[in-house]
Each structure stands twice: as C-alpha cells, then as structure tokens.
Ligand binder design. Structure first.
Ligand code: PLP
Ligand code: COI
Length: 369
C-alpha cells in the first residue's frame, strides 16, 4: 500500500476546545499533559493489511481486558515535533527519520511495518487539522506521539498478535526541561539496574524499555538527581545513554578544534535523530564529532584534569540539556563549573534555529505541512 491509496476518513470534532482555553494552554503547555482536538487511527490485520484510516475526535479506546498489549507489552512509539515558524508556517523535523525508526522498532517487536509515506501522511493530517495548537515561541512546539499496540483479544503466546492499532496524538509542549537557558541536569550513574543487553530491545522504541527504567529513575531521585545514565550491561563501565536522551561529551582542546564524542550504536541504545543531526551539524560549526565509547572512569578523570569540558544530553523532547553534576555509588563530581558550556549552548541555538525556521536548512531536514 502507498500513501496515494490510503485514504483517511475525516470526522472532525463538533466540540473543539474553545480558542480562549486553547490559547491559555499554549502559554504554558508543560509536557504531555493536554492533547489536541483530534487523533489519527489506522488498523492492521493479517488478512487486510493496513486499513480503516481515520481522523477523528481525540478520545478513549474501548479494548477488551484480554487485549494482547496489556499482557505482553507488544507496543512501540515515536516522538517528534511540529514547529511554528516566524511567518506562521508549520513544519516537521526529519519525519522520514521517525518513519524509518518506527519500522526498525516494528521489525524487532514482530509488528507490521507501516509504509513511511503513510506514517508521514498520518502525522501531517493531524498537524494540518490541529495547526492552531502549534505554539509560537522559542523552545515551544507541538509534540507528536505516533504509536502502535497489539490488539488481539487473546492471551495466546505462541505467535505475535494478528491485529494492531496505529495512532497519532499531539500535545503542545515546552522543552522537557523548560524553555530559555537550560538548567544543568544532575545525573545518576546506575549500577543496580541495566536498561538493555546485546540482542535485546534497546535500539527499539518499545514501551518495555521505559517501563523498566522507572525504578532506576526513582533511585536517581532518591539520590537527588534528575536523570539516570545507563551503563553497558556487561561491565557497568561504559556510558550508553539516558532515559529519553542520547549523550555527548565535549573536549575543548585549546589550540585545536573542540571534539564531540557520543557512544556508538551497539544495539543497546536508541539511535536518536537529534544525535544523528548533531553528528552532521557539528563539523559544519568547526567541531570534530566521533562515535566512540566513553567510560565512566574517563568521564571522572577527564573532568578532574579539565580535558572534558562539557557533557550534554539530546533528544526530541529534551532538545539539548547540559549535564552539570554526576553522582554514583563511588562519589560525585561536576562537569567544569557545573554550568552550561559554550559548545552546548551553540549547538542548542543552531539546532533550534533550524527547527524553528530562523536559521538556514542546508540538509533539507525541514518538512512543511
Ligand atoms: N534515547 C532514548 C531512550 C529516547 O527515548 C530518546 C527519545 O526519543 C532518545 C534517546 C533521543 O532520540 P531522538 O533524538 O530521536 O528524540
Ligand atoms: C522523545 O524525546 O520523544 C522521547 O520519547 C523521550 C521521552 C519523553 C520518553
């Protein structure tokens, strides 16, 4: 099936949120709390493939208690954003990359792939209908959450579900850690828990990876930290990523080009689209950028020696968030003076500029709706 042959039945809500209430939400949207007037749904069955595409009022699903996803967690999701440009136009950022990752996750979870053009068409349809919900202003956006769940009303475990529901919902958002100059994060190096192992589901954006992370998140909170840094499963020695963000390490290298290092995609971490975009952008801004393992010993020692000057996390929801303090069972340290560094802030400014349309887009990442 192609996008041209997939028609979505359009049944808009007769009761959109009144404009004054919507505007009040858009002033201080927070993250993932309020949803727009509509959603897009699409069904898949072994007999019919993808069918029954709809744009309909945002609302509850009716699912039997035996529905497969409630028991076996066969589910995946994406995270992406629509941005309002200074001229009022609305754009997406690299939606084709989200479509490709959605299908990589689907293959790992034995779920049906969705043709990328249908994925993008479904997202565009929702954004076009709810474009009044795309907030204005730096750091604000409409967060889009395409997802897929297994819907067989069966406890059978001998084969994957034979029916699935794909859905896209949208929620106005400020950057996950607030707008403006980002507050430095404190992070907890988790050695009691492991997020992903080789051959597991770490690279897939499946709900179970996030369900398994909450306990470590509580441990981080108990130690006064904002976020967990996941380490490799075998040695608990190599930094991998954070709960919803990838990691970059910056060496200022006085007299030379600053170098950015991000852990390689070993299959245990999510291949972030922000990560990939920064690897492309960094050399154009005069930085070297490499994918290479970083150990927590190196992190601590090179912060002490002053060689490692900045660390930041990046992702769709978070944009770019500096890491200020690091805590572990073996003590704590700060990255430089604990404040956001110049490379972090420049990359953040450049990326937001491309996404919000105030900077050129040489890579063709911006997609008009
Ligand atoms: N790592 C994890 C576990 C995530 O959930 C996310 C967010 O989607 C990321 C990294 C960053 O990915 P992206 O830049 O595509 O949002
Ligand atoms: C995103 O950045 O889109 C994420 O999925 C991270 C988090 C909200 C789970």
């Amino acid at each position: 099936m192609t996008a041209a042959t997939m028609d979505f039945a359009i049944s808009p809500t007769s009761r959109p949120l009144p404009a004054a209430e919507r505007e009040a939400v858009l002033k201080e949207p927070g993250f993932g709390q309020t949803f727009t007037d509509h959603m897009v749904t699409l069904r898949w069955s072994a007999e019919r493939g993808w069918h029954d595409g709809r744009l309909e009022p945002y609302g509850a699903f009716t699912l039997e208690p035996a529905t497969s996803v409630f028991h076996y967690g066969q589910a995946l999701f994406e995270g992406m954003k629509a941005y309002r440009r200074p001229d009022g136009a609305v754009t997406l950022f690299r939606p084709d990359a989200n479509a490709a990752r959605f299908n990589a996750s689907a293959r790992r979870m034995a779920m049906p792939e969705l043709p990328p053009e249908i994925f993008v068409k479904a997202v565009e349809l929702l954004v076009a209908h709810d474009r009044a919900w795309v907030p204005e202003g730096a750091g604000r956006s409409l967060y889009l959450r395409p997802f897929m769940i297994a819907t067989d009303p069966s406890l059978g475990f001998t084969h994957p579900s034979r029916t699935f529901l794909f859905c896209v919902v949208a929620s106005p958002a400020t950057a996950y850690f607030g707008g403006g100059t980002p507050r430095p994060l404190s992070v907890w190096l988790s050695t009691n828990y492991t997020r992903a192992v080789r051959g597991g589901t770490g690279y897939a954006k499946t709900g179970g990876n996030y369900a398994g992370a909450f306990a470590a998140g509580l441990e981080a909170t108990a130690h006064g930290c904002d976020q967990v840094v996941w380490l490799d499963a075998e040695e608990h020695r190599w930094a991998e990523e954070m709960g919803g963000m990838n990691l970059f390490f910056v060496h200022a290298r006085p007299g030379g080009r600053p170098r950015l290092t991000t852990p390689p995609l070993t299959g245990t971490l999510l291949p972030g689209i922000t990560r990939d975009s920064l690897l492309t952008l960094a050399p154009k801004l005069g930085y070297d950028a490499v994918e290479s393992p970083v150990s927590i010993d190196q992190w601590r020692e090179e912060c002490a020696s002053g060689e490692l000057t900045e660390v930041f996390a990046c992702g769709t929801a978070a944009v770019i968030a500096p890491v200020g303090t690091v805590k572990s069972e073996n003590g704590q340290w700060t990255v430089s003076d604990g404040e956001p560094g110049p490379v972090t802030l420049r990359l953040r400014r450049e990326l937001l500029g491309i996404q919000h349309g105030s900077a050129p887009d040489p890579e063709g990442w911006v997609h008009h709706v």
